[in-house]
Design a protein around this ligand. Structure first.
Ligand SMILES: O=C(O)CCC(=O)C(=O)O
Ligand SMILES: [Fe+2]
Length: 347
């Protein structure tokens, strides 16, 4: 849980609060200081002593008597969006013109080995450690609240606008795809006047996405829909053929209703490296980058994409994710991982 304005994006406090939940899975991190000397933390090729494995574990559910039905409702929502997300991945494979199911290995217990040249249309990156069985990923769901905030008054000076940061501009870094549900802020409007007011409120405090020409475009909530974001892993894996959308949320002003949203971040196995993921992406997909650049201008630099996870090196998605978490939530990081790790990871 993160209290109001305790999270930091772009060095500024986000005017929101959140509860974090995830796929319910047992803890697997091995604390060697508590183990018999014969244990080395290696489990079928996975080094479970890595600090990022502590990101994985069961949820801290609110007691049933305090919030009856919450866990059941949450788990039903999780399972439904998980299924949707796996179907959606197949649409992306279809759009890429690659075999449906190419990315299935990311989402179920299976062996991480580069698909054959035939199967993946010629991707030639090699996979280190070849036969490791993947651990199914943990998806993350946040319950977000953006309360009306006086620091985002109706004044329109740039300064005040900046102060109303619901969440600062960012690309999603927690996984492959994000399915964002924006909860409608009022019951459906019954009059035209009310509908007009609603639209104004939505424009004023809503999700905004950065266009290729660097304009902020509103992405208001549309009943019955999700916003789907491509995460940084997708951008990096396709070397920019798929862009991770930069987005932000402006905090609601003091006089407008509270805003709630629920993003589902589709996870990937934490100890997969970027070169292992790239082995699943055929050259034909990476070539799309050039076409994309013709349409949308230059994408992120290779350095930007590679700095997130060190391509080809020992670095992993888990390490990238833990780095992001301790940077966004330094207090939580310090409490659970110690200040030394927070400093090392924030550098
Ligand atoms: O609240 C929203 O609509 C967006 C949240 C978001 O972008 C995030 O938490 O990554
Ligand atoms: Fe986001």
């Amino acid at each position: 849980m993160t209290g109001f304005a305790e999270e930091i994006t772009l060095g500024k406090n986000d005017l929101r609060e959140q509860f974090d939940f995830a796929t319910e899975l047992p803890a697997i991190w091995q604390d060697l200081s508590n183990e018999l000397p014969t244990t080395n933390g290696n489990h079928h090729g996975h080094d479970l002593t890595q600090p990022y494995w502590r990101l994985r574990g069961p949820n801290q559910w609110p007691p049933e008597h305090l919030l009856p039905g919450f866990r059941a409702a949450f788990e039903a929502y999780h399972d439904a969006v998980q299924e949707l997300s796996y179907k959606f991945v197949h649409l992306i494979e279809e759009a890429f013109g690659i075999n449906i199911g190419t990315f299935n290995d990311f989402f179920r217990s299976s062996h991480t080995s580069a698909p054959s040249a035939h199967h993946n249309g010629g991707a030639n990156a090699s996979v280190s450690g070849g036969r490791r069985a993947n651990m199914p990923p943990q998806h993350r769901i946040k319950l977000l609240k953006y309360p009306p905030s006086s620091s985002n008054s109706s004044s329109n000076t740039d300064n005040l606008k900046e102060e109303g940061q619901g969440v600062g501009a960012h690309k999603d870094s927690s996984g492959w795809l994000t399915f964002l549900y924006q909860v409608p802020r009022r019951p459906a409007a019954e009059t035209e006047e009310a509908a007009g007011k609603e639209e104004e409120e939505e424009e004023e405090a809503c999700l905004q996405v950065l266009s290729p020409t660097n304009k902020w475009l509103p992405a208001p909530s549309i009943p019955g829909t999700f916003v789907v974001n491509f995460g940084k892993a997708m951008e990096s894996a396709t070397q920019g053929a798929m862009r991770a959308t930069v987005h932000r949320v402006r905090a609601p002003s003091a006089t407008s209703p509270v805003r709630y949203s629920i993003p589902f971040f589709q996870g990937l196995p934490l100890d997969m490296t970027m070169s292992e993921i790239r082995a699943f992406i055929p050259e034909s997909v990476r070539e799309l980058r050039q076409r994309q650049e013709e349409l949308d201008g230059e994408g992120p630099s290779d350095e930007e994409m590679d700095s997130w996870t060190q391509v080809g090196g020992w670095d992993s998605l888990g390490r990238a994710q833990l780095r992001k978490w301790v940077k966004s939530h330094p207090d939580v990081g310090g409490k659970w991982y110690g200040n030394e790790l927070v400093e090392a990871y924030s550098a």
